[in-house]
Design a protein. Structure first.
Length: 601
């Protein structure tokens, strides 16, 4: 290093370098430009300028190598990166000594890039003994651009294919590349070895405290002696996670075979706390304030049985609520009934409601069997017994309801929690519930409901999402006024048409109170836009109707629209919406406000 530069180091460069401006030349390839920017310290540390001019030059010199590596990873092995600071080439350190006495100023940093020729793959070879069919997993061919990420991905695909085929101890080394700078091509070689196929050996659990190991072995659905299969092993891992008793489950890949050549499996688990308590609150101008508390035991008898108790106070101060109500429930869930895909749920509940549409007090006992057909499809069937006391329009009625719900659901959004924020994919549900009603009037009727929602990530990063929702329902077997009031359909409120009071859309009595309908349909369109990191805004429009006829699309269509704010937290979005009715308002409401946890749908 020249003496003048050493003196500059010793003196700390004499004057502090000012914040710098940065201009990165474009290559014409968006992905490559992104990789160059990601590799650049000048870019990522732009808001933290160096303390000295020489430190800025050092940062730029480091970037030259980083950017060259990024270009090579895209197949440009003869690329040239030229960086200047204040018009001076960073490779000439002496040029910056003369700047030492200059006053502090913003330093312009320019990055010029010459990509040079694009290298392509010429020969792709595999050295070692592997099945011929596995070689196709590389998915590389002569003439492809020599993009490092694709070559490395080919190595990972080859190793995965060998292990999927039962070669638990297969190895594929990092590729070795030879460049021909004259022909601008790359020859790539992979050293691989398959070994022999293996069975699963000893299965060991590590980290267990309160969960029964024998139960977990049944849930895992793997046994020693089974052929080694990464897919089945991962399915077993997902089965364990689905029990909701573990915060983490990992399976260590076997490193050495057992004496008979089998592949041992070491499963590491971290148990969650057995008990949890949760509190929540919601507010809307129509239903008022509700507050709830719940207690959960997630491993009651050691086999991941769940017992939950919850209590809610509802109807405090709402325009569609005439008084304080409650909702109490006790639920027990037993996993792995006749196979790990099925779960039994028992529920005991009591509810009291005082609404504009009716007053209701009911106690219910139910049992539901749920089963997963695929990771996306699930089905359920159950039986429920409800004792129902209702008052509507001055008439008291008592019912004993025997309901037999059957349902199917589809969900590929990947947002498993109820308060999670789906960004893409679809949800759909279909429920058929035959009901036998004994009491004020003996009836046999059926309730049919279908719903669906779709989510489109228009920005590709989850910041701009278009969400759609649809709902149809039909009652068959009796006229709406013969049915218990709480079994009829209503529209209006956050679940159907926002901006309208809860249950206010549909047939009404002479005094204007909601009477309930035999059919309902509703549709919603919502735009969700993230702003900054934790905040977001939404705009939405809803439309729906409820009619006396048993077929949907009967009645007067009502439309509401609004906007809202979102604050995103680790447990879901806190939602604040305000909505206005755009059509005739049955109860003369001017707007509705909704405050809750989680998206509207």
């Amino acid at each position: 290093m020249p003496l003048a530069v050493l003196l500059l180091f010793a003196a700390g460069s004499g004057s502090a370098a000012a914040p710098y401006s940065l201009h990165l030349a474009k290559t014409g390839d968006g992905a490559l430009d992104g990789a160059i920017k990601d590799a650049s310290l000048l870019s990522s540390l732009h808001d933290a300028p160096p303390e000295t001019l020489l430190a800025l030059v050092d940062r730029a010199r480091s970037d030259a190598g980083r950017m060259k590596t990024a270009l090579e990873s895209f197949g440009y092995y003869q690329a040239v990166v030229t960086i200047t600071v204040a018009g001076r080439d960073i490779r000439d350190l002496n040029a910056f000594v003369a700047m030492d006495s200059q006053p502090e100023q913003t330093m312009p940093v320019e990055v010029a890039i010459e990509k040079g020729p694009l290298y392509r793959l010429r020969r792709i070879g595999i050295e070692g003994g592997i099945p011929a069919a596995a070689a196709s997993a590389l998915e590389l061919k002569a003439g492809d651009p020599a993009v490092a990420a694709k070559v490395l991905a080919g190595r990972d695909r080859l190793l995965s294919a060998l292990r999927q085929d039962g070669y638990a101890f297969a190895t594929v080394a990092a590729p070795v590349a030879y460049a021909d700078d004259t022909a601008h091509v790359l020859d790539v070689s992979f050293a691989a070895g398959a070994g022999r196929k293996a069975n699963i050996g000893t299965i060991s659990f590590h980290g267990l405290k309160d969960v029964n190991e024998a139960f977990l072995r049944r849930v895992l659905e793997l046994e020693s002696g089974n052929p080694y299969s990464p897919d089945k092993i991962d399915r077993g891992r997902r089965n364990l996670l689905a029990l909701d008793v573990f915060s983490a489950v990992s399976v260590r890949n076997p490193e050495t075979p057992e004496a008979d050549g089998a592949a041992p499996l070491n499963i590491d688990v971290t148990e969650r706390k057995r008990h949890s308590v949760a509190f929540s609150a919601n507010y809307s101008t129509d239903l008022g304030t509700s507050a709830s508390a719940s207690w959960l035991h997630r491993n009651l008898f050691g086999n991941a049985e769940q017992l939950s108790l919850s209590a809610s106070a509802t109807g405090l101060g709402g325009s569609a609520a005439d008084g304080l109500g409650y909702d109490l429930s006790l639920r027990f869930k037993k996993p792995c009934i006749w196979g790990c895909e099925r779960q039994l749920e028992l529920a005991l509940s009591a509810v009291k409601q005082k609404l504009d549409a009716y007053d209701r007090a009911a106690e219910s006992l139910g049992a539901t069997l749920r089963g997963a057909l695929t990771p996306q499809w699930s089905v359920n069937a159950g039986v429920n017994l409800t004792y129902d006391e209702t008052t509507q329009s001055g008439s008291d009625r008592h019912y004993q309801l025997f309901a037999f719900p059957f349902g199917a659901a589809y969900d590929n959004t990947g947002a498993g929690l109820a308060v999670a924020d789906p960004l893409h994919g679809y949800r759909a549900g279909l429920t058929l519930t035959p009901v036998v009603s004994v009491g004020s009037k003996d009836l046999l009727f059926a309730q049919l409901q279908a719903s669906g929602s779709a989510y489109f990530d228009l920005s590709g990063n989850g910041r701009s999402v278009l969400a759609l929702r649809g709902l149809v329902g039909s009652l068959q077997g009796a006229s709406s006024l013969d049915l218990p009031p709480d079994q009829r359909f209503y529209a209006g409120g956050s679940a159907t048409v926002r901006g309208f009071r809860y249950q206010s859309i549909g047939p009404a009595f002479a005094n204007g109170e909601p009477a309930g309908a035999s059919s309902v349909d509703a549709v919603s369109l919502e735009w969700r836009q993230r702003v900054y990191r934790e905040f977001g805004v939404v705009g939405f429009i809803d439309a729906g109707q409820a009619g006396k006829g048993s077929l949907p699309f009967d009645g007067t269509i009502q439309i509401g629209a609004g906007t809202g704010l979102r604050y995103y937290t680790p447990i879901g979005a806190i939602r604040f919406d305000i909505a206005l009715p755009l059509t005739t308002v049955p109860r003369n409401d001017s707007f509705q406000i909704y405050l809750s946890l989680g998206q509207a749908f």
